[in-house]
Design a protein around this ligand. Structure first.
Ligand code: PLP
Length: 401
């Protein structure tokens, strides 16, 4: 069929989420009977805790099936404030909170509310797939700040100034990071905070993985660098990862009231409010027992250790030990230039395709995260699957000419 209706430039400029695309391809192959091991998934392999599901069901039975306040039900916004106070000692009031349809939607609202055409956003790479396209959809320009594997993907403060211009408006922080699992050090956060204060940048800190870390100490946080940063920081979080609630679509943002208000305006004209029963489920998550992320973390830790050790044991492969989240991000560039059946593998897309076709292992090419030397594997899957997957990856690499 011919396409008589042309599309908006803003749509043709961006690509659909590659992680969701790989996941869909892996699922389709699996449905067709292929024995696929799926490491592409960006969500916990746990069910939402029972008390949270019960709260969601009860909300429906109690008739919470209508529109809610645009920024979310007051009880949930109050509970989020209480959570921030308990977990971090931060004081927010409910007018400084927006509940949105997942953390991803919160980020979308922020960019729409703050960016003007040509405004630049500093995005450290490897970055989460959705940051650059979301910035572009808001008319902004993503400026990629490279993080080095040798630095464990921590930000090198000395290079920050090289990427800042008088058009810079926002800097992104994602620690623990998706895809690397890396953490930003206090030194990096100090440098970001200092420059943000000097130059009046908005700091967006995507804390979606903050409860899934493999170290005992509290993570350093940008808001603990300097009290004044509160006026120019948005904290983005949600229940998707910490309570295995990806399908409920509840995230939240906290920040200066005028920005939250602007985000509410966008939300009021787009989604009205997040799903009502899901907000009550999130309320149960935020106010209830907080041991669930710890339970997941305990399950993830031995998987991480096994995965990292096994990857590092492969000739030519390097892999940073992730400090949080549930991804490993090994560097396979030593294999680029090698070939299979006469076809040369030159980049992460070709390698991930090779893994899928020849090893029946689904992964996400690093190019999706702005880092073509790498491939992302999620360890939110069972130890058996990881063991078998590693065997297949090793064999597949060994078969390359
Ligand atoms: C999963 C994820 C989010 C938010 O996910 P939602 O499902 O929209 O809540 C945000 N940032 C990063 C880095 C993520 O991995």
């Amino acid at each position: 069929m011919s396409e008589r209706i042309t599309l908006a430039d803003r749509v043709t400029r961006i690509a659909p989420s590659p992680t969701l695309a790989v996941n869909a391809k892996a699922k389709a192959l699996k449905a067709a009977g292929a024995d696929i091991l799926n490491f592409s998934v960006g969500e916990p392999d746990f069910d939402t805790p029972a008390h949270v599901c019960e709260a969601g069901k009860k909300a429906i039975d109690d008739g919470h099936t209508r529109y809610t306040a645009v920024p979310g039900i007051p009880e949930l916004r109050e509970a989020i404030c209480a959570r921030f106070k308990t977990d971090h000692g931060w004081d927010y009031d409910p007018d400084q909170i927006q509940v949105c349809c997942g953390g991803k939607h919160g980020l979308y609202n922020i960019f729409q509310a703050v960016l003007n055409p040509g405004d630049e956003v500093l995005v450290p790479a490897p970055y989460w797939v959705s940051y650059p396209p979301m910035v572009q959809l808001a008319g902004g320009v993503p400026v990629i700040v490279p993080l080095a594997e040798e630095d464990d993907f921590d930000l090198n403060p000395d290079i920050l100034a090289d990427y800042a211009t008088d058009k810079t408006r926002i800097i992104m922080i994602n620690s623990p990071s998706n895809p690397t699992g890396s953490l930003f050090s206090t030194r990096a956060l100090d440098a970001i905070g200092k420059m943000a204060l000097e130059r009046g940048w908005l700091v967006i800190t995507d804390d979606i993985y903050e409860t899934i870390t493999y170290q005992d100490e509290q993570l350093p946080h940008i808001l603990d660098v300097d009290e004044r940063l509160r006026e120019q920081t948005i904290v983005l979080n949600g229940v998707s990862k910490s309570f295995a609630m990806t399908g409920w679509r509840i995230g939240y943002a906290a920040g200066p009231e005028h920005i939250i208000k602007a985000m509410n305006k966008i939300q009021s004209q787009s989604t009205s409010n997040p799903c009502a029963p899901a907000q009550y489920a999130a309320l149960a998550a935020v106010t209830g027992p907080q041991d669930f992320p710890g339970t997941m973390q305990e399950a993830f830790l031995p998987r991480r250790d096994f995965f990292v050790d096994d990857l590092r044991a492969i000739e030519g492969v390097t892999c940073v030990n992730p400090g949080g989240a549930f991804y490993v991000f090994p560097n396979f560039s030593a294999y680029y230039g090698r070939s299979f059946n006469g076809k040369t593998i030159n980049d992460s897309v070709a390698l991930a395709d090779y893994f899928l076709d020849e090893a029946k292992v689904a992964s996400v090419p690093g190019s999706a995260f702005g880092a073509d030397d790498f491939v992302r594997f999620s360890f939110a899957t069972s130890m058996e699957v990881i063991r078998e997957g590693m065997k297949r990856i090793r064999d597949a690499l060994a078969r390359l000419d």
